[in-house]
Design a protein around this ligand. Structure first.
Ligand code: SF4
Ligand code: SF4
Length: 329
């Protein structure tokens, strides 16, 4: 089925079962919008919303600039590039009218046992970039006009746009939290010249007085003012190419790639459901790794175990550094 933004076929009654309703701020989804959301769900996305392509609002733009200027991005210098485009997606696609935002569930069906060395859930399966890109291309092919597919490869503030598109709110752990679903989702966007009959609106923040994530963070990287990547184990064990500082290494516990503590403690993740995307399932070999297996991991083992996986981002030397740091504590 293909459709154009002028096609008016679906009503809310035609939405497929299992639809995770993005809060649309009280808007009744119009036919064109609902048809797009239905198609997104058929492709395996858990949520889909649409925001108007506009500049990032000044409050969030300033918060981003402050984050960069105070060095909270650590060595991730690519975050400093293309600031103008990052803060105005219309510079990424001339004539852009809309930003379609989707969420893809990666909460794993099977997980490493507590006594094993741990990986952040997002790294359990195959590289999400390929899965996300393929699905976004299929979704974009249903829409008339010009598009730009965004999946970490384009300077975009993706959580901001997910929030603008009514998918959820940005929690104190800096993740997007989808009501009744949690935060274990990859986000992707399509910037398009197509316009829609209705747009979604941001929803209120439901963190309330909860501060679980701030207390669960073992390094103090999270505060009410946001995330300091310099102290975050996700950054230090993946993007960082240097030694892990002693204080943070001591806080690793049994995590050797990334860290999910500020998500696992979030009460909204009690709603997390196992993903149905086969590519995100861990292999038996991965699930059965013992601390000794990790300690003796050869480069050949690493290549076999992480073929087609995003773990390659840390490189063999980076993963070995993490394993050694965690096992020394
Ligand atoms: S990922 Fe871990 S280290 Fe980073 S902010 Fe969350 S709890 Fe803290
Ligand atoms: S743990 Fe609590 S404060 Fe942190 S993101 Fe979840 S609801 Fe918000």
């Amino acid at each position: 089925m293909s459709f154009s933004p002028n096609n008016q076929q679906l009503s809310s009654g035609s939405l497929p079962k299992g639809f995770l309703s993005p809060d649309n701020g009280g808007n009744e989804g119009g036919a064109k919008t609902l048809e797009l959301v239905g198609a997104a769900l058929q492709l395996g996305f858990s949520a889909c919303g649409i925001a108007r392509a506009d500049k990032v609002d000044e409050k969030n733009a300033q918060a981003f600039r402050d984050w960069i200027h105070t060095g909270k991005n650590a060595s991730m210098q690519y975050m400093e590039n293309y600031e103008e485009k990052r803060l105005d997606p219309r510079l990424l696609l001339p004539q852009a009218q809309s930003i379609i935002v989707v969420a893809l569930n990666y909460f794993p069906k099977e997980r490493l046992a507590d006594h094993q060395l741990q990986f952040a859930y997002y790294a359990y399966g195959k590289d999400y970039h390929d899965v996300m890109k393929d699905k976004l291309q299929q979704l974009a092919s249903l829409i008339e006009g010009e598009h730009k597919i965004c999946c970490d490869t384009v300077p975009m503030l993706d959580r901001y746009w997910a929030y603008q598109a009514g998918l959820g709110w940005i929690g104190k752990n800096t993740n997007l939290i989808i009501p009744h679903a949690g935060s274990f989702f990859f986000l992707g966007e399509i910037i398009t010249t197509a316009s829609f009959d209705t747009y979604d609106s941001p929803m209120p923040n439901h963190c309330g007085t909860c501060e679980n994530c701030l207390h669960a963070c073992p390094t103090g990287a999270l505060s009410i003012n946001g995330l300091d990547a310099n102290r975050c184990l996700s950054y230090l064990t993946i993007e960082n190419r240097n030694a892990i500082p002693q204080a943070e290494a001591q806080a690793m516990g049994n995590y050797i790639y990334g860290c999910d503590r500020c998500q696992l403690t979030c009460p909204h993740n009690r709603f997390a459901q196992a993903t149905e995307i086969d590519e995100f399932s861990p292999s038996e070999e991965f699930l059965n790794m013992t601390p000794d297996d990790w300690k003796n991991l050869s480069e050949e083992d690493y290549r076999r175990l992480f073929k087609g996986s995003a773990v390659k981002r840390a490189k063999y030397a980076g993963l070995k550094r993490n394993i050694d740091s965690a096992l020394q504590q």
